[in-house]
Write a protein that binds this ligand. Sequence first.
Ligand SMILES: [Zn+2]
Length: 110
Amino acid sequence: MSTKDIINEKFHLPEVTDKCPGCESKERMGMAIIDELDKLGVIKKADFKDGLVFNTPLINQRSMRVITTNDKEVSIISIYWDVCKSCKTMYATKIEFNTKIMRMPPSGMM
Ligand SMILES: [Zn+2]
């Protein structure tokens, strides 16, 4: 069993909420902004299908070796979030644990 499977099973991830924990409204400010920017052609809504997200790589912050090694699998926790249009509460809509392959950009790109 992989680390990803163990974490997801132990913490019952992905954990998903579809309404504000404060007032139970399903009206989301972030998704409304995404819709508007999609209509204006600024972004593609398909790129934000789960909304806004914070991605945090779970690496030893004292060792930068992981980001200088190509094809290194890194654990990532993703917190999808939004703000309630009614009461302005910020809340997580989905919490997910995954692994992603980190690749160095071609030389000259950094
Ligand atoms: Zn609310």
